[in-house]
Design a protein around this ligand. Structure first.
Ligand code: HGA
Length: 605
């Protein structure tokens, strides 16, 4: 999604702004831009190409300055075009960048038009720029506080004025924004990663904060208009984590990092104890009678998998809801439910809103499974488990998913223990299996050459079906999502028993049917479903395991997984599906790490 970088310094900040945008590129964007204060004027450069192109433009124009802002845009209002790219200017006096969506932009636009403002773009963002100009008192900090009061919706903004050359003002509500502290210079960004290499001293702004950034000081006013001090945190430099190393794409790198990511996520877990989710976990887990999981996209599928585990192992009733639906639905709140939000970034706008909706309904037992320790989700939930996948750059999530599953299995075992359903023997056996996961995934990764051969056939198709049953139905869904996200092949997943209720009509010789077929209790049922496909000429691509007893025959291609992994099998079975999607996309020549129309960290609704 969109990225913001801003700086006030006593040196040329163009390289810092451009480098910051480069670090945010992985989130996906369709245009970018930078604006600087130059000799008493606002100057900008914008591009619908990559940040590298913007860098060239900026160098050719000798765009240099001490105060400025920059942005990568993922369009929500108005086409991805140069005139819609940020920074937006108002009357040559105000420059502004924005992440998020302003819901009352139409009303504000009408008012501003009536006041004589002309609009150059179709964005909701330009409305904020003109609003700030319209309300400008000569003090930008004061003006931004006034302007943000009129905004409905979600935003993080960075703004500066021609008339105050050494000042950038930031504000956030619903979208993340951080301050980077330097020596006689200060920075703003939507993510600390943007400032890696510049500063590791970070202040995480809170909901409703407005910040005044000057060279020697930062000044923060909170949502109630009070001046506040916020803790300065030292963050780890992520620089090494975002190097591509020997891999062609981040997605490939991240698929191969999964053994390490799972090992890191499980590091230090010697036994099952509620404390691993936080000090208050035992008290909360004792009280709860059910689980409500809220998530979007891939995280939603990890939640679906967890439902099978939580009900079967812990005996705790579990509902899984798509966050963007739940937040607007009239549901029946259960104050005794444990609300579990799952999000890679911990900033997913819909999931955050769903969490707040649940809290507003009196559901206070909250836990998040998240890959970003300092995210809003972690700050706003009573309990948290931080997966240690490391920075995930590829838009199509891989290691974040498998580490979420590992964390959700730990949650399952913990709730089973609290509910008296986990014997010491079972605990020891499950922990042993979890510790073996990195080695088991490494063995699955060795199947890559066989999967490449399949991918060549898939690259020529325009449709695919994915089948799974029970625990592996969500894995089939995740496999189909991966394929459509990055190869643009239309793919759908079904619980195999549903085939005859509709999708079987799609099966012809042209339709590849990927089947997730471990030797679990559903295998015989699944084999009957596979017969239904073969009888209509459909071609089966089966991921079986040791005991599935499925062999290659006409129209049935089989890749055998190295071992059967019981309840943890979904963590292994998703890996070949990730590889299949990756190699199919590679064969089709798509932009694997930045698939069209998609973005990382979905911080808009
Ligand atoms: N609404 C603004 C910003 C979009 C955004 O934050 N995307 O992640 C626009 O469309 O320009």
């Amino acid at each position: 999604m969109c990225g913001i970088v801003g700086a006030v310094a006593q040196r040329n900040i163009t390289p810092i702004l451009v480098e910051g945008l480069k670090r945010l590129e992985y989130r996906g964007y369709d245009s970018c831009g930078v604006a600087l204060h130059v000799d008493g004027k606002l100057e900008r450069s914008r591009s619908t190409a990559r940040v590298a192109e913007l860098e060239k433009q900026v160098a050719e124009a000798h765009l240099e300055g001490f105060t400025g802002i920059a942005h990568t845009r993922w369009a929500t209002h108005g086409a991805p075009a140069s005139h819609n790219a940020h920074p937006h200017f108002s009357r040559g006096r105000i420059a502004l960048v924005h992440n998020g969506i302003i819901e009352n932009h139409d009303e504000l636009r009408e008012e501003l038009r009536a006041a004589g403002y002309e609009f150059e773009s179709q964005t909701d963002t330009e409305v904020i720029a003109h609003l700030v100009d319209h309300l400008y008192t000569g003090d930008l900090f004061e003006t931004v506080q006034l302007a943000t009061k009129q905004l409905v919706g979600a935003f993080a903004i960075a703004v500066f004025s021609r008339d105050e050359p050494h000042r950038v003002v930031g504000a956030r509500r619903g979208s993340p924004l951080i301050v980077g502290i330097g020596n006689g210079e200060n920075f703003l960004a939507s993510d600390a990663l943007a400032l890696a290499g510049t500063t590791n001293q970070i202040v995480y702004l809170e909901e409703g904060d407005v910040v005044d950034l000057q060279m020697q000081r930062i000044w923060i006013i909170d949502a109630n208009g009070k001046q506040v001090e916020r803790e300065v945190k030292t963050v780890q430099a992520h620089t090494a984590a975002v190097e591509l190393g020997p891999y062609r794409h981040y997605m490939q790198k991240e698929i191969f990092e999964q053994p390490r990511a799972i090992a890191d996520t499980l590091e230090g877990i010697e036994s099952i104890t509620p404390d691993i989710f936080g000090d208050k976990a035992y008290g909360i887990f004792k009280k709860i009678d059910s689980v409500l999981i809220l998530a979007c996209g891939t995280s939603y599928y990890s939640g679906m998998t967890a439902k099978y585990w939580l009900e079967a192992v812990a005996g705790v009733r579990t509902d899984v809801e798509i966050a963007s639906e739940y937040r607007y639905r009239d549901s029946v709140p259960n104050p005794n439910a444990l609300v579990v939000t799952i999000s890679q970034s911990g900033e997913t706008a819909d999931t955050l809103a769903a969490l707040r909706h649940a809290q507003s309904q009196g559901m206070q037992h909250t836990l998040t499974i998240c890959n970003a320790a300092t995210s809003a989700m972690v700050r706003e939930c009573a309990l948290a488990y931080i997966t240690r996948a490391g920075v995930e750059v590829g838009v199509a999530s891989t290691k974040a998913f498998s580490t979420q599953l590992a964390a959700l299995f730990l949650l399952t075992l913990t709730l089973a223990q609290v509910k008296g359903r986990l014997s010491d023997e079972k605990e020891a056996a499950f922990l042993k299996e979890m510790r073996h996961l990195p080695a088991a995934i490494t063995a699955v990764l060795a199947l890559e050459p066989q999967i490449i051969a399949w991918a060549e056939a898939f690259a020529r198709k325009e449709n695919a079906l994915f089948l799974g049953r029970g625990l592996h139905y969500p894995i089939a869904l995740e496999g189909a999502l991966k394929l459509k996200e990055i190869s643009y092949i239309h793919a759908e997943a079904y619980p195999a028993g549903e085939l005859k209720h509709g999708p079987l009509a799609l099966v012809t010789e042209e339709m590849p049917v990927v089947t997730v077929a471990p030797a679990d209790s559903m295998i015989d049922k699944l084999k009957s479903n596979m017969q239904e496909v073969r009888a209509r000429g459909g071609e089966l691509y089966v991921f079986a395991d040791g005991d599935s007893r499925i062999t290659t025959s006409e129209g049935v291609h089989v890749i055998r997984m190295p071992e059967h992994y019981g309840l943890l099998s979904p963590i292994l079975h998703v890996v070949p599906l990730q590889l299949l999607a990756y190699h199919t996309a590679l064969a089709r020549g798509t932009d694997v790490d930045k698939p069209r129309n998609l973005a990382k960290s979905v911080t808009v609704e």
